[in-house]
Design a protein around this ligand. Structure first.
Ligand code: TYD
Length: 213
């Protein structure tokens, strides 16, 4: 029996790991192959996502100003709303959906401050993606990339931006990759995000071609 084509594709990793760039590049390459593609991200552009982003634009020196459990619930609520409003209709219509961040972001980021089992529980209703690319990158490399990006733009500082936090997040993603197979997590693909933009794009695209897209 042939495997069904993967159509719900997620990009995950620490800030500076390149998920946003690759989401855009892979969408272009898939469109060039004749696929219809929706590019989206979380927090989503919907009402709950906008509220979440507003609360995130926080002073990282005072990261307690929003209750972390409240934030975790908002990310999970945004996800269900995003699925219903945008992702599931696009999949039902036969399109490919590329999502920049999804459930694994909540597992990794919200588990910094909340019980990891609870974070998993509140995300249990969210449909699991067909493929999750996990961008593996040392925290120092991600931090350096974000610093140089920030020097060129007026991008706001967010609550997870402290170096010590980014190190814990990088460890969190590494742990998801290490434990994924034993936890029965389907279709988690490690990406070496320290390579060039072109090389990372090639690796992801090769994986998609291998899976029939
Ligand atoms: P991101 O897309 O990286 O924002 P930007 O492109 O504006 O830098 O996501 C915003 C932040 O939200 C990022 O620091 C990760 C965090 N986040 C969570 O903590 N949990 C989640 O479930 C998601 C989707 C994002």
């Amino acid at each position: 029996m042939t495997e069904p084509l993967p159509r719900f594709l997620v990009f995950e990793g620490i800030d500076g790991s390149g998920t946003t760039t690759q989401c855009r590049l892979i969408a272009e390459r898939l469109r060039a192959r004749g696929h219809r593609v929706v590019e989206t991200r979380e927090p989503s552009p919907g009402a709950v996502g906008r509220l979440t982003r507003e609360l995130l634009a926080d002073d990282p020196e005072r990261p307690r100003s929003v209750d972390p459990a409240c934030l975790a619930l908002l990310f999970a609520a945004d996800r269900l709303e995003h699925l219903r409003r945008e992702i599931l209709p696009a999949l039902d219509d036969g399109q490919i959906v590329l999502c920049d961040r999804y459930v694994v972001s909540s597992w990794v980021y919200q588990s910094l401050d909340c019980d990891p089992q609870w974070v998993r529980a509140i995300n249990r209703e969210a449909r699991w993606p067909d493929l999750t690319f996990v961008f593996d990158l040392p925290a120092e490399v991600g931090l350096a990339r974000v610093a140089s990006r920030r020097a060129q733009t007026d991008e706001a500082v967010e609550r997870f931006d402290l170096p010590a936090t980014q190190r814990r997040l990088a460890a969190g993603y590494a742990e998801v990759l290490a434990r994924g197979p034993s936890e029965g997590l389907r279709d988690l693909v490690r990406v070496d995000a320290s390579a060039s933009i072109e090389a990372v794009g090639e690796a992801i695209f090769a994986e998609l071609l291998r899976r029939g897209l």
